[in-house]
Design a protein around this ligand. Structure first.
Ligand code: 5CA
Length: 452
């Protein structure tokens, strides 16, 4: 993409309404624009990051054997009356009437709709296990939408639902989700710690939230610092292997880590003092096992191997896709702007032409741009007639992890400059070497790198 032809409405001023850094940078970098309280348009740069996060979520869900689909945003109230949640959900649910006076709602979550699909089509234990998921907009009429996309009213969420014959099978689904989530967040450059939590309006006793430590987070958490040393890395997991998944879950759930709702001061006190940590954190996902809470009242049963009708055991599993855009910025920025992890960056590399209009510089930049595109990389070429300082400031603000600077002095010596946004370190090399280096860096982050 050439910046001269792109739509990147960067703001010079810091918007007064934004209280936290991710919200400020998302507005300044032209990623989002507020449409109404807690409702945002995703401008091209923000949209790219959102889609990259979505892609990683899809790849990791499919890798775990979960099946993508799509359910609508608007739902009929009838199903919610069956589960008892039409009244129970409270004022966070946006209720509306259609022209025939029928009660409708904008889905805050989809347990009822998916249970209805299941009961219409699945009758036998032989069709289990089954996990279906979608990534779709949700609406919760939050009393205090704030912090930009972090607590929106309309937000983008992955929600998955498992259907299993009994509690043990459903707990394997729970574990499978935890494992796939650990891998998902790490691919986004985040450390998200699973913590024992409270289930709220979704229900059930078994639930973990995934939390990213950040001073601006809305949750208060207590944890053993040993958990922050754990890395998922590049483990190859057999998601059908119950014991293998359970072992990974044990590894991550043995060190103490709880949100304030489930915090147990006596247990916490048993951790050596130096490792006892209390922090703020951002909730980027939550998994639930709730057994037959929805299948019972809604009659979602299957025949078991003895020919008896039994309600299916279910759980639901959410990832805050749009919130993650903000959470990643909270975890990765400096005073000049965003620093995107390679896994989610909107462009792989920025090209800065120090002397636009100079025939040599223009030709070198065009050649480099073509070589990057041919190599399958996605560059953003700043080809505007701007001062070098302004170009650098824009690149720093929008946070591409790599920048190639092309100037007349370097070209005389046959080199360009490759700079890491994170370390600030620069290295001179030929254009070809810069392309090769970037191919190496991104080898682990390309779409489809995950065999799905
Ligand atoms: N049905 C379950 C699991 S699919 C569910 O709705 N879980 S949830 O309520 O925990 O939401 C899942 C994730 O969506 C949360 O972990 C959070 O990251 C994100 N989320 C929830 N509310 C908001 C909001 N108002 N704005 C942005 N993201 C949100």
């Amino acid at each position: 993409m050439r910046l001269s032809r792109y739509f990147l409405p960067v703001l010079k001023e810091t918007p007064a309404e934004a209280q936290i850094v991710s919200h400020r940078y998302m507005l300044r970098a032209g990623m989002i624009k507020q449409a109404a309280a807690g409702i945002y348009s995703w401008l091209p740069l923000g949209f790219r990051v959102l889609k990259n996060i979505e892609r990683i979520v899809h790849e990791e869900q499919m890798r775990a054997g979960h099946i993508p689909m799509l359910m609508p945003t608007l739902q009929s109230a009838d199903l919610w009356r069956e589960s008892g949640r039409f009244d129970a959900y409270g004022p966070e649910m946006l209720r509306l009437k259609d022209r025939h006076g029928r009660d409708m709602l904008y889905g805050p979550t989809n347990e009822e709709l998916i249970t209805d699909i299941f009961r219409a089509h699945v009758n036998s234990y032989k069709d289990l296990p089954l996990t279906l998921y979608h990534i779709q907009w949700k609406f919760r009429d939050e009393i205090r939408p704030r912090f930009g996309v972090m607590r929106g009213r309309e937000f983008y969420m992955k929600d998955g639902y498992n259907f299993d014959i009994d509690r043990d099978a459903a707990l394997h689904a729970y574990n499978r989700h935890m494992v796939s989530y650990l891998r998902t967040y790490e691919r986004m450059g985040l450390q998200a710690i699973p913590m024992r939590a409270d289930s709220g309006p979704i229900g059930g006793d078994d639930t973990h939230e995934f939390l990213v430590l950040a001073d601006t987070g809305e949750s208060e958490v207590f944890y053993d610092s040993a958990i922050t040393d754990l890395r998922f890395g590049d483990r190859q997991v057999n998601y059908d292997d119950r014991e293998e998944c359970a072992a990974i879950v044990r590894e991550w759930t043995t060190p103490y880590a709880r949100t304030d709702e489930t915090h147990d001061p006596a247990l916490f006190a048993e951790i050596p003092e130096a490792r006892r940590k209390r922090s703020r954190a951002i909730e980027v996902g939550q998994i639930f096992y709730f057994g037959t809470k929805y299948s019972d009242p809604m009659g979602a049963t299957v025949t078991n191997d003895k020919g008896e009708q039994v309600p299916v055991h279910m759980g639901s599993h959410g990832i805050g896709v749009s919130r993650l855009v903000g959470a990643i910025i909270e975890a990765s920025h400096d005073d000049k702007g965003i620093i995107w992890p390679e896994g989610v960056t909107p462009f792989h590399v920025g090209i800065v032409n120090l002397r636009q209009g100079d025939a040599g510089c223009d030709a070198a930049c065009e050649g480099l741009y073509a070589a990057l595109v041919a190599a399958g990389l996605d560059p953003l070429y700043d080809d505007r007639e701007e001062r070098a300082g302004a170009k650098f400031a824009t690149m720093d603000l929008i946070g591409l992890p790599w920048r190639i600077t092309v100037g007349p002095r370097g070209l005389k010596a046959g080199v360009v400059e490759l700079t890491s946004r994170r370390s600030g370190e620069s290295e001179e090399m030929s254009s070809e070497a810069a392309v090769d280096r970037l191919l190496e860096v991104y080898a682990a982050h390309r779409p489809g790198a995950a065999p799905v």
